[in-house]
Design a protein around this ligand. Structure first.
Ligand SMILES: [Fe+2]
Length: 275
């Protein structure tokens, strides 16, 4: 194939299997692959278990053909995907999910599922991404404590809010695989606090992740990392910095005059409801 690298390239302990102008396929662990897109789409992950095969996030819909090309490189066709798990509601992670509608189960945390099913464009950041306005339906509403058993992988579903209210982290305890989406990225980079998110929730989620015996970090953006423990410690430091910056910003604002229009609109809304 022309767009294959002449030789497999290594970046740290991770091997690049395929690379073209739009995407890169990297082996994260045996039967676990990171699919990286060269635009604003989030990373997708292909996990090929002994009984079930899943994708964790799928990127933007415009990347679908490139997603398939990477899957095809390791012999996985779309009909072999049993489930697509969405880490949260942002469209850079979920846009291509509609291509899988009716072909496999689509799963997300119940708070993300609700936003996606109600077509909550503000929460999904539709304006940030030039995605077709097509429905994505979620078949399985996940909760903290669910387990996704692929046979040779057992992924624990952890509810890790902060980036948004609906973020999940998937963790394979035996293999130390940490699929942390936008909650934790290599180098301790944080995904920021959006819409329904909260910096305090974010800190608690990072503290929970710190307690895991993770070995490989598989994030929503950027490279793979084999130093997740270091990464999470850095992110926790940063998150406390962000919390104090937010508090200072809040102090600097005239809170009363900023909140008054919001409170008035709530009063007006309720007046209308009463009439
Ligand atoms: Fe996100």
């Amino acid at each position: 194939m022309n767009d294959e690298l002449p030789k497999a390239k290594r970046s740290g302990p991770f091997k690049t299997l395929f690379d073209n102008e739009a995407s890169t396929l990297i082996q994260a662990a045996p039967d676990v692959y990171q699919i990286r897109f060269k635009n604003r789409a989030a990373n997708a992950y292909l996990v090929v278990g002994s009984r079930r095969t899943i994708l964790i996030d799928v990127g933007l819909s415009s990347n679908y053909q490139h997603l398939l090309a990477c899957m095809n490189h390791v012999g996985v066709t779309p009909d072999k995907i049993d489930m697509v798990v969405l880490s949260h509601e942002h469209l850079d992670h979920i846009g291509a999910a509609y291509h899988f509608a009716g072909r496999c189960y689509i799963a997300a945390h119940r708070l993300a599922a609700n936003k996606i099913m109600l077509r909550d464009d503000f929460s999904m950041l539709r304006k940030m991404f030039n995605e077709p306005n097509v429905p994505i339906d979620v078949d399985l509403w996940l909760e903290e404590g669910n387990l996704i058993d692929l046979g040779s992988f057992r992924l624990n579903v952890m509810h890790t809010p902060g980036h948004t209210s609906a973020c999940i982290t998937l963790f394979d305890q035996d293999k130390g695989l940490l699929f942390a989406a936008d909650t934790l990225m290599p180098g301790g980079v944080m995904g920021g606090v959006f819409g329904s998110g909260s910096i305090a929730d974010y800190i608690q989620s990072l503290e929970r992740i710190k307690g895991l015996n993770s070995k490989i970090l598989l994030s929503g953006h950027g490279r793979l990392s084999d130093t997740p423990q270091e990464d999470v410690r850095t992110a926790i430091q940063r998150s406390h910095g962000l919390l104090s910056d937010t508090a200072q910003l809040f102090d600097a604002l005239d809170a009363r005059s900023n909140f008054e229009p919001i409170m008035q609109s709530v009063r007006d809304l309720n007046k209308l409801d009463d009439s």
